[in-house]
Structures are given as C-alpha cells and as structure tokens.
Design a protein around this ligand. Structure first.
Ligand code: NAD
Length: 259
C-alpha cells in the first residue's frame, strides 16, 4: 500500500473526481477525511471506502466558509492526530461569454476555487508546519495552463490555483511541505455532463460536436481522461518520496496541452 496510515483531506469528495481519489487513497491505506457541502454526500463516499476495508470520516465543509474549513481540519487532527495530505479539489463550472457574465457568477466561481484553495491551504499548512511536513495538492485543469471560450472565471481561477501551488512550494519547502497541481483534461463527471448541453446552446452546435470538436479536439486520440487516470496520478503525487517533485503542474489529458 502506497499511503499506509497517511492522513488525508479531500474537499468536494462526495462525488466525481474527488470521490474517485478518496476511494483510491482508502485502498492505498490512507485515513481519508471526505469533505463536501453536505454531510450526506460525504457520508456516501465514506461508506464506499469503509465497505472496501478502508478508514474514513465525513465532514460537512463549504470551502468558502472560513470557520467550516478551520473546524473541519481541527476535527481531523482531533480524531487522527495530524494531517499529512490535503487536496483542494472542490470546484464548480459556469458557462457564459465574458460580456454577458454577471459579477455574482464570476465571484462564485472564483470563490469556490481560489478562496476555497486558500482556506484549505492555510488550515492544512498550520498543521503540517507544526508536525514536520506534508503534501499539498490542488485540482487544477488544463485550464490552469490555457484558455477556452465561455469559461473565463474558471480559466482565471484555475490559473490562480497554479500560482498558489507554486507559492506554497516556495514557502513550504523549509517546513517539509511539497505542493503540486493536477491538471486533467475532460473527465465525464456531473460537472462536465452539465456543460455539454450548455455549450451546445451557446455555440449553436450539437452535443456530439461539443464532445468531438470542443472537448476532445486537441487530444491525441479523441479519448476522455478517466476518474481512474486522475486518481492514479493523485496517489502517485501523494506517495512521491522526496521534495524533488514540488511546484509542478502535471497534465493528465490524453495529450491535450503538452508542456
Ligand atoms: P463534480 O461536480 O462531479 O464534483 C464537485 C464536487 O465539489 C461536488 O461533490 C460538489 O458538491 C463539491 N463542491 C462544490 N462546491 C463546493 C464548496 N463550496 N465546498 C465544498 N464542496 C463543494 O465535479 P468534478 O468534475 O469531480 O470536479 C472536481 C474538480 O476537478 C474541480 O475542481 C474541477 O474543476 C476539476 N476538474 C474537472 C475536470 C472534468 O473534466 N470533470 C477537468 C479538470 C479539472
């Protein structure tokens, strides 16, 4: 097992990519704190981890709520005695052209990704600095590295998370903290399924064309990235044995955006 007895927090882990990573961490022997907006969503993932023989706890945590994040991290430390790995994964998408975008929609996307990543980082670093180190992970996107139309707040927020990841790598080094950002291409989750009809409407094309001509157009093989692909990378980054790998963005995307 690659993460035996490591204590991990994953936000937005009630479904989608966060859930897949939480289950993979559970299989690899980590104690997994599963955080999501509602306790029920988090409990669902916890049940799946426990059914597979793993150890997990559920947390209701809106990542934009400073108190909820601080109390959630404190609850993990109370229960298990520390925090070794924190993954800021919670995220939302909003499809709109910039000139039509409301300030409220812009702010909501920025807040979940950037305020959320900051609050989780601050709470986690306070634990990791006190205990001799740890691993910060961020769920970026290919959109941390390049832009697409109709996704301005998401693209801006994901670029911002890349900057935060790099700043944490620089500041965290002397405390034994490493920091990396995972940058997936398109993965079929509720977040992506919701935007297919929205993009079809905005662009005046069919849903099949959104998949082939927008989402997968720049991959080398026309394939979606899978939950398993992203979970494997997240295990690898958490298990990596030295600080040689820090401050990096790792793209997992079937070749969309080579760097
Ligand atoms: P999803 O919609 O399936 O899951 C997102 C989860 O985040 C949900 O459980 C939701 O309840 C939770 N969440 C939303 N707002 C929250 C908040 N304020 N506080 C706590 N939890 C909150 O989406 P997903 O596709 O699994 O996306 C997960 C992450 O991966 C996001 O950061 C997303 O931007 C990123 N990502 C997704 C793709 C993709 O193609 N699906 C590609 C690249 C990056």
């Amino acid at each position: 097992m690659r993460l035996e007895n490591r204590i991990a927090l994953i936000t937005g882990a009630g479904r989608g990519i966060g859930r897949a990573i939480a289950e993979a961490y559970g299989r690899e022997g980590a104690k997994v704190a599963v955080a999501d907006l509602t306790l029920e969503a988090a409990q669902d993932t916890v049940a799946a981890i426990e059914q597979a023989g793993g150890t997990a706890m559920a947390l209701a945590m809106d990542v934009t709520d400073e108190k909820a994040v601080d109390e959630g991290v404190a609850a993990i430390v109370d229960k298990w005695g520390g925090l070794d790995i924190a993954l800021a994964n919670a995220g939302i998408q909003h499809i709109d052209a910039i000139h039509k975008l409301s300030f409220a929609d812009w702010s909501k996307v920025m807040s979940v990704h950037l305020d959320g990543a900051f609050l989780v980082t601050r709470a986690a670093l306070n634990q990791m600095y006190a205990s001799g180190g740890g691993t910060m992970l961020y769920m970026g996107s290919v959109h941390s590295l390049e832009a697409s139309p109709l996704k301005a707040p998401y693209v801006a927020a994901k670029h911002g998370m890349l900057g935060l990841c790099r700043a944490v790598a620089k500041e965290g080094a002397e405390y034994g903290v490493r920091s990396n950002i995972i940058c997936p291409g398109f993965v079929r989750t509720p977040l992506v399924d919701k935007q297919i009809p929205e993009q079809a409407k905005e662009l005046g094309i069919s849903e099949d064309e959104v998949i082939s001509k927008v989402m997968l157009k720049n991959t080398v093989d026309g394939e979606f990235t899978t939950l398993e692909d992203v979970a494997e990378l997240a295990v690898h980054l958490a298990a990596f044995p030295s600080a040689a790998l820090t401050g990096q963005s790792i793209v997992v995307s079937h070749g969309w955006h080579m760097q």
